[in-house]
Write a protein that binds this ligand. Structure first.
Ligand code: HEC
Length: 137
């Protein structure tokens, strides 16, 4: 019974929403085209300058790390925050763990081994590890 009353209400709500959206789009299109040139200028500068996503995080997203590591919880490998809790963010630890990412191996967290990543360069591995060790609880 209730649905019979709701249906026309929903339909008219959608109708109004569609109209409102249509009007807004027109004004938005105007303002966007006016601002297009300055926006393009900004995009030339900001990606390299102050992007909130770190290079290490981007590299990890592009690699297979996230299949076995999540930020908050253990999956196949330890949670990234647990790794950050175990190792202080020092150049020695970054170096050591970067080698481990490239060579793979087990023993520090259990029997399960991390796959080797020979395709990852030492510099990229260091970026990833620095990002991991910057995640504190
Ligand atoms: C096949 C699953 C898997 C993938 C893919 C994987 N890891 Fe791991 N990772 C593990 C496991 C398992 C361990 C725990 C190894 C151990 O016990 O020593 C681990 C441990 C680590 C550690 C801590 C090492 C230590 O000795 O404490 C770091 C840092 C790490 N992984 C980073 C990465 C990064 C960066 C990537 C992507 C390039 C990655 N992992 C991809 C499974 C994986």
């Amino acid at each position: 019974m209730r649905k019979r009353y709701l249906a026309p209400l929903l339909l008219s709500a959608m109708f109004f929403a569609a109209c409102g959206g249509g009007e807004k789009k027109e004004t938005n299109a105007d303002s966007v085209s006016k601002h297009e040139t300055p926006a393009a200028d900004n995009s030339m500068v900001s990606p390299n300058a102050d992007k909130p996503v770190s290079k290490g995080e981007t590299l990890m997203a592009q690699s297979d790390c996230k299949t076995c590591h999540k930020e908050e919880m253990k999956v196949v490998g330890p949670a990234l925050k647990d790794i950050a809790g175990k190792y202080p963010n020092t150049p020695e630890n970054v170096d050591k763990l970067a080698d481990k990412v490239i060579k793979g191996g087990s023993g520090n967290w259990g029997e399960v081994a991390m796959l080797p990543h020979p395709q990852v360069s030492k510099d990229d591995a260091k970026e990833m590890v620095s990002y991991i060790l910057s995640l504190k609880h």
